[in-house]
Design a protein around this ligand. Structure first.
Ligand code: MN3
Length: 193
C-alpha cells in the first residue's frame, strides 16, 4: 500500500501572515513529499509492504523506514492542526478538557509553548490524550510520534527548523506564538475521545 502526499486542506497563502506560502511550498511540497517518497521506497522492499500506517507506527523497529513513515503521519496531522480563520480560545469539549487538565487555557498555552520553545533540536510538541483519558503536553524528538506510546494525538506543532526558518529565522518562540493564531480547534475536538 503506497502512501500519498495529502493535499493541504487550504491554499498555500491561507496561513499568512503567520506562516508564508514559501514556507508551505517547501515544507509540504519538498520536505513532506520527500518523507512520503522515502517511506514508499523503504516500505515496498520490507515486510511491511502490506501493512497499514498504524501497524507500522506501532510495531516497526527504529530506523529509516520507521522515521519516514512517522514523519509522513506527523506532517499529515500537523497540516490538519492548522487552519485559516482559526486559533484563539478553544471551543466545545476540548475547551472543557483543557480547563480540567491544566486549570485554564492560558496555563495550557504556556505549558505547550514552553515544550515547543525549549525542545532541544528537531522534534514536535503535542497535546495528547492518554489511554486513561487525561490530557498531557509532551514533546517528541526527531520523527517521534505519541502513538508509539499508546497516546492519542490531539494537536501538534512541528518545531523542526524547516517549519519556521524562512519566516522567523532562528526565532522559534515567535513561530510558536504565531501558531496559536492557526490552531483548528474543530480538528482538536474531532480527535478527543
Ligand atoms: Mn516538518
Amino acid at each position: 500500500m503506497a502512501f500519498e502526499l495529502p493535499p493541504l486542506p487550504y491554499s498555500m497563502d491561507a496561513l499568512k501572515p503567520y506562516i508564508s506560502a514559501e514556507t508551505l511550498e517547501y515544507h509540504h511540497g519538498k520536505h513532506h513529499a520527500a518523507y512520503v517518497k522515502k517511506a514508499n521506497d523503504l516500505v515496498a522492499k520490507s515486510k511491511f509492504a502490506n501493512a497499514s500506517l498504524e501497524e507500522i507506527l506501532k510495531t516497526a523497529e527504529p530506523g529509516p523506514l520507521f522515521n519516514n513513515v512517522e514523519q509522513h503521519y506527523n506532517h499529515s496531522f500537523y497540516w490538519k492542526t492548522l487552519g485559516p480563520k482559526a486559533g484563539g480560545e478553544p471551543k466545545g469539549p476540548i475547551a472543557d478538557a483543557i480547563k480540567k487538565a491544566f486549570g485554564s487555557f492560558a496555563s495550557f498555552k504556556e505549558k505547550f509553548s514552553k515544550a515547543a520553545d525549549d525542545h532541544f533540536g528537531s522534534g514536535w510538541a503535542w497535546l495528547v490524550q492518554t489511554s486513561g483519558g487525561a490530557l498531557e503536553v509532551v514533546s517528541t524528538h526527531d520523527a517521534g510520534c505519541p502513538i508509539r506510546q499508546g497516546q492519542r494525538p490531539i494537536i501538534t506543532c512541528d518545531v523542526w527548523e524547516h517549519a519556521y526558518y524562512i519566516d522567523y529565522r532562528n526565532e522559534r518562540p515567535k513561530y510558536v506564538e504565531a501558531f496559536w493564531n492557526l490552531v483548528n480547534w474543530e480538528f482538536a475536538n474531532s480527535n478527543l475521545k
